[in-house]
Ligand binder design. Structure first.
Ligand code: AMP
Ligand code: MG
Length: 483
């Protein structure tokens, strides 16, 4: 257990192996740092002593100001397609990779800051972040983790003591983020654009060693890398879809090589089932709508494949043929993961029965404007012979009754359902309520929300309001990027 900065080792594997993509930089100072929330179980997983992290030295570490000897924080370079348009140079404008921690169980985790000041990649931005959006990333990423979805984690949010200028003045904060790595599709786009094949190869080898080691032994390791990423992304997007999660900004710089969900900006959970659901204030065309996410993932993977072509085969036509064939497998893999997950949500063992039931159900949910999460929770009760909560969600009673009868005939397992259908998700009105209070200095609603969504499958008395959809007067929900 590391209980001081000096006892800690922060490795610089990324910066050492890929110096062209790592710009040494320091975190900005904070006039009056104050720890708002610390993830003690995650600290323990990382081998960090929570008591120390709460001390002034530990808080200095969490904002990147008191680092172990030899640590070399860097801003990472990457490119990205933002809403489909290529931006050749994005990079960490307000973030830093502090280094990599080797955990007690032998894993390697990036320790990363968000809101740590301007870097040379900041363009017009101020390099800062506000308390609300950083707590938002904290609670939603931790909810995703508790829901079993691969994700970056949140170790801490520290208020800086200075204000940031948004539409109003807001208290500033730094998020300390933990991830398997921060390698993105956009990292490969950046490397490919340099036309330096040696850099591209080193990046691909680095990604293989770190995330997809089996690819090293394949006949074509870089094609195998592509297929491994395709696999983890197909499975990830299926998880999002099964939970009603809308990422909101699936730019290629926000898609990881590890298969973890990253960048909790304008994301939100869908309430009423509707494939056209969009929350982001800037997503006017609905590019990143709930129902578009699998297609966008495939689009992003095509951009990834393009970067790998020179490594896949010397002959461009051969490389394109191989990559195209692999990319064609995405739909199949996604469908398989989604179908299996939907079968589990319905509590069914028989795939064929589940398939027919699922498509009919989604239509019913859409037509009746049913809250997606509440429905599956209520359906779990229906599997225990209380169908009234589920029926109560529908205007078309004849329609739902006919569906329920077919579903019951397939023999649903209530206990299995309660393990995959959450009772509590970070609902938009509760998130807003918690962040507004925290911005005014009251962390109690945030702490309660975090407790509810931290054990999402475990229904507890007293938490009824955390299981309910937003009141109608909450209205249409809008979220924002770059906050
Ligand atoms: P995101 O929308 O968070 O994925 O960020 C996209 C790009 O904008 C990245 O290069 C970020 O580093 C950069 N960025 C977002 N907000 C800021 C900010 N306040 N200051 C500097 N750069 C920012
Ligand atoms: Mg991003």
């Amino acid at each position: 257990m590391s209980s001081s900065a000096t006892a800690l080792v922060l490795d610089d594997g990324f910066a050492r192996e890929l110096p062209e993509m790592a710009l040494a930089w320091q975190a900005a100072d904070a006039p009056n740092p104050r720890l708002l929330v610390l993830n003690e179980p995650l600290a323990a997983d990382l081998g960090l002593d929570a008591g120390w992290l709460r001390s002034p030295d530990g808080v200095g570490f969490l904002i990147g100001r008191s680092l172990p000897e030899g640590a070399t924080p860097v801003a990472q370079a990457y490119a990205g397609h933002q809403f489909g348009g290529l931006v050749p140079r994005l990079g960490d404008g307000r973030a830093l990779l502090l280094g990599e921690i080797v955990t007690p169980d032998g894993g390697r985790r990036d320790l990363h800051l968000k809101g740590s000041g301007r870097t040379p990649f900041a363009r017009g931005g101020d390099g800062l972040a506000a308390v609300g959006p950083m707590l938002r990333e904290y609670v939603i990423s931790e909810a995703m983790h508790a829901l079993g979805v691969p994700t970056t984690r949140s170790l801490a949010v520290t208020a800086t003591g200075s204000d940031v200028v948004r539409e109003t003045m807001l208290p500033g904060a730094v998020l300390t983020r933990v991830a398997s790595s921060h390698l993105r599709v956009g990292s490969f786009v950046y490397a490919a654009l340099t036309r330096n094949d040696d850099l591209l190869r080193r990046l691909a080898d680095h990604a293989i060693a770190r995330h997809h080691p089996a690819a090293a032994d394949a006949e074509r390791p870089y094609l195998a890398l592509f297929e491994s990423v395709l696999d983890v992304q197909a499975s990830l997007i299926a998880r999002w879809m099964l939970l009603g999660f809308v990422h909101g900004v699936m730019n290629t710089d926000n898609m990881t090589i590890s298969g973890e969900t990253i960048d909790y900006g304008p994301c939100a959970f869908m309430e009423t089932f509707d494939p056209a659901t969009v929350f982001s204030s800037i997503d006017h065309a609905g590019r990143y709508a709930y129902g578009n996410q699998p297609a966008i993932a495939a689009w992003n993977l095509a951009r990834f494949a393009e970067t790998l072509l020179p490594l896949i085969d010397e002959d461009a036509d051969t490389a394109i043929g191989l990559a195209t064939e692999s990319l064609g497998g995405f739909g199949r893999r996604y469908e398989a993961a989604y179908t299996e997950g939907m079968r589990a949500k319905l509590g069914l063992a028989n795939d064929e029965a589940a398939d027919g039931l699922a498509s009919g159900l989604l239509e019913l949910l859409a037509d009746n404007h049913v809250d997606y999460t509440s429905f599956f929770h209520a359906l779990t009760a229906a599997a225990r012979d209380d169908a009234e909560p589920a029926r109560g969600l529908f205007a078309d009673l004849a329609g739902v009754d006919a569906w329920l009868a077919r579903w019951r005939d397939a023999g649903p397992d209530a206990d299995a359902m309660s393990r995959v259908n959450p009772v509590y998700i970070p609902r938009n009105h509760l998130v807003e309520e918690a962040l507004a209070a925290a911005t005014d200095g009251d962390l109690a609603p945030f702490t309660r929300l975090l407790e509810a969504v931290g054990a999402p499958f475990d229904e507890r008395p007293g938490l009824e309001r955390y299981a309910e959809p937003a009141p109608v007067d909450f209205g249409a929900y809008r979220t924002f990027c770059g906050t």
